[in-house]
Design a protein around this ligand. Structure first.
Ligand SMILES: [Zn+2]
Length: 416
């Protein structure tokens, strides 16, 4: 009872205070207007004043709250936008890395494929090794194709980043595989290079033993060989011409092999002109090449060929492919034939009993060109046989030995 009384008293007190305040701040006011001598007034009651002020206070509060909200939301949006930008940048970086890796792989694959082709060509031609049974390259091709398909299919933006990560991972795997292929290729190439090196060295020594200078043979070959027979350019040269980046994989070992192999091919091509067939099938050497005592004058003289003794009318074959440039009587040589084999090589046949070819005839190795005899300045039935290289006579026996050695090289029976 007492509490209620006190509360009523308090409320009354507050109400009274408010009434006094309203009376003090918002007393009834009159606004006076004067126009053309008339005076009019508008009365503004206390209620109107309180209402107006209340509305103004509400408007101010509303303005403050909305402004604050606006600034706050703008800040949130700004932060979100920044986050989106960063995410976009990350995505673009990832996309660039992916494209870079993809390009690297495509370049590497192109170069490695061509190299593989070249290696296989060399291996087949040289018959040095068999290619490994589990050839790695086709695997790479399949993965490479799969990766290309991936690139075409684009999912939602949200998935892109995740997909890229997966793609990058699989591309990384392909890249590692490619590196393995490159390593295998380099090892194989090094081994082949070494074999070819040995072959070249052996060939050069063989030729030198036969009195033939390798450099001279090559020099003559370059001026005499029809371009169609010249060693053909290999696959990497073609790649470089097409503007591929060959640096995608290490080049050195391949360049070495390529150069050595071309040297070997040129040399083999050049010595293919050597007349290496034995003119009579059966014979014994009655006189060797070099300085000897002349059988008729008994004076020391240079014998520019060898004498191959045999029965009269023994068939004489051409030492190699070529063109007959002389066929007829030739002084001390009696019935005589000279064949041009090309690339500076010529062969000459003397003391024949019969000629089976005439000047201008094209002949092939071992083709019958005449019969053995003893015409001209001769003491017994024999073939006087000469081989000339680049204007100088060389020892036919040495050439025949070299020819046998060259055959050995082709059959890989040389010491490697
Ligand atoms: Zn002779």
């Amino acid at each position: 009872m007492l509490i209620i009384l006190t509360r009523e008293l308090k409320i009354n007190k507050i109400f009274k205070y408010l009434q006094e305040a309203a009376q003090r701040f918002f007393p009834d006011r009159q606004l006076y207007f004067r126009s053309n001598g008339d005076v009019r007034f508008v009365s503004i009651t206390q209620k109107t004043q309180i209402f107006t002020v209340s509305v103004l206070i509400c408007l101010s509060l509303w303005f403050v709250v909305t402004s604050y909200n606006y600034i706050y939301i703008y800040e949130i949006l700004d932060t979100k936008n920044q986050e989106v930008n960063v995410a976009n940048q990350n995505y673009q970086t990832l996309e660039q890395q992916y494209t870079q890796l993809k390009n690297d792989i495509e370049k590497s694959t192109a170069v490695l494929e061509q190299r593989q082709g070249y290696i296989q060509q060399v291996l087949e031609e040289e018959a040095l090794y068999k290619t490994p049974e589990n050839n790695v390259l086709p695997l790479i091709n399949e993965s490479g194709t799969a990766a290309k398909d991936d690139i075409v299919t684009d999912g939602d933006d949200n998935d892109k980043e995740a997909k890229n990560l997966i793609r990058n991972e699989s591309l990384d795997r392909i890249y590692v595989d490619l590196k393995h292929v490159e390593m295998w290729q380099n090892n194989t190439v090094r081994t082949i290079s070494k074999k070819i090196d040995n072959k070249l060295t052996f060939l050069k020594e063989t030729l030198e033993n036969a009195g033939l200078k390798e450099t001279k043979i090559l020099e003559l070959a370059q001026s005499n060989t029809p371009s169609s027979m010249a060693a053909q350019g290999g696959p990497f040269i073609a790649v470089e011409e097409e503007g591929f980046d060959n640096n995608a994989v290490n080049n050195q070992t391949f360049d070495d092999l390529y150069t050595k192999r071309n040297n070997l091919k040129e040399l083999e091509l050049a010595i293919a002109f050597l007349p290496i067939s034995t003119p009579p099938e059966k014979f014994y050497v009655s006189s060797k090449f070099g300085v000897r005592r002349d059988p008729i004058t008994k004076k020391w003289a240079t014998h520019k060929g060898i004498d191959m003794a045999g029965w009269t009318k023994t068939p004489i074959g051409a030492g190699g492919d070529g063109v007959v440039i002389k066929a007829g009587r030739n002084g001390a040589f009696g019935l005589f034939i000279e064949i041009d084999h090309g690339n500076g090589f010529r062969s000459r046949y003397g003391h024949l009993s019969k000629l089976k070819v005439k000047r201008g005839d094209k002949v092939v190795a071992n083709q019958l060109i005449g019969l053995m005899g003893s015409t001209g300045r001769s003491t017994s039935t024999h073939l006087h046989y000469e081989i000339w290289f680049n204007g100088n006579p060389i020892d036919p026996l040495k050439v025949l030995k070299a020819a046998k050695d060259v055959q050995k090289i082709k059959q890989q029976q040389y010491n490697s």
